[in-house]
Design a protein around this ligand. Structure first.
Ligand code: CIZ
Length: 313
């Protein structure tokens, strides 16, 4: 225990009480992505992947949604709930992958392939969603692509997820975008090999944003939601988790008799870790930072998200 661990715990407990009070006062709900810090997961009313969180955002009757995640996730909640106040506690919490494509560049790509459907991964801006035909998450990407009548699919912006979908849906012709998640691409094939040597018999669960060489040697490729389901039902006792480090907390909590390891300590998304208890309390107190999308973009982006939600019901 560090010298000030006790003080940290006391401080966190005081912040949690403050958040609970403010939440009541504002009639707010706290929605938390699986990659958030442990202490933020502890205050979640709902936690999950972006698909589960989008669905929860539609169902909630709270007036205020505090979104503990990154900008594109809070934007999606706002697109789906224009009458609610959606707050992102740290406005700088962005997504480098989402920033690897713009609406203008996507329009140019569409011109090149006029007969193709455009599928955008939820890790994209509202403007990019507005230019797309349908959205997808890593939980439903295969199902979404299969559901389309078009053979040619422009898949944006994650090339690794796009490539993985292509391997599972060979009847389609996927046109890739060269975007990537800077966190997931840090896992190397050697990291997995070394982790398997260290933890003999452990199963490797890899997120489809990882590089193809990593996916090729994984036992199971799935979204974060898929990892929870798989870890629960598997008879294995140990797992190597190739995705953002935040996943380990809830995996361990839900499976106390099993062990979970990261293949490399570099699987940390700095943006996801920006939100702290202090910022959540501040956000509820000052009602910042409100995420709003212009009505023209919102209406078009909403159709893209609604089509996804209709397919993944
Ligand atoms: O869809 C999401 O929430 C992300 C970014 C990853 C996952 O698999 O949950």
């Amino acid at each position: 225990m560090r010298v000030n661990d006790k003080d940290d715990l006391k401080y966190n407990e005081a912040l949690k009480k403050k958040i609970a009070k403010l939440k009541k006062k504002r009639n707010a709900v706290i929605i938390v992505h699986n990659y958030q810090r442990d202490e933020i997961q502890d205050i979640a009313d709902i936690s999950g992947d972006s698909l589960a969180l989008s669905q929860a955002a539609v169902r909630t009757d709270a007036d205020v949604i505090v979104f503990c995640g990154v900008q594109f996730m809070a934007e999606s909640a706002s697109i789906l709930n224009p009458d609610k106040t959606v707050l992102l506690p740290v406005i700088e919490a962005g997504c480098p992958l989402a920033d690897m494509i713009t609406a203008e560049k996507l329009r140019a790509k569409r011109k090149q392939y006029p007969n193709a459907a455009v599928v955008c991964y939820v890790n994209s801006s509202a403007e990019v969603k507005a230019e797309s035909d349908i959205a997808c998450t890593s939980s439903n990407a295969i199902q979404i692509v299969r559901s389309l009548k078009e053979k040619d699919i422009i898949f944006v912006p994650d090339r690794n997820l796009g490539r993985y979908v292509q391997s599972q849906v060979p009847e389609k012709n996927i046109i890739l975008w060269e975007g990537f998640c800077p966190t997931h691409i840090r896992v190397q094939e050697e990291d997995i090999i070394k982790a398997k040597e260290l933890h003999k018999g452990a199963e490797v669960l890899a997120h489809p944003e990882c590089n193809p060489e990593v996916l090729a040697i994984a036992d199971h490729v799935c979204s974060t939601a898929g990892m929870f389901t798989y870890a629960k039902k598997s008879t294995a006792k140990e797992f190597i988790i190739a995705t953002e480090s935040g996943m380990l907390y809830k995996l361990q909590k839900e499976n106390p008799d099993k062990k979970f390891y990261l293949p490399t300590p570099h699987l940390v998304c700095a943006n996801m870790k920006l939100i702290t208890l202090g910022w959540v309390a501040y956000s509820l107190e000052k009602m910042v930072y409100e995420i709003k999308v212009s009505e023209e973009v919102r209406e078009r982006a909403r159709k893209t998200l609604d089509r996804m939600l209709a397919v993944s019901k």
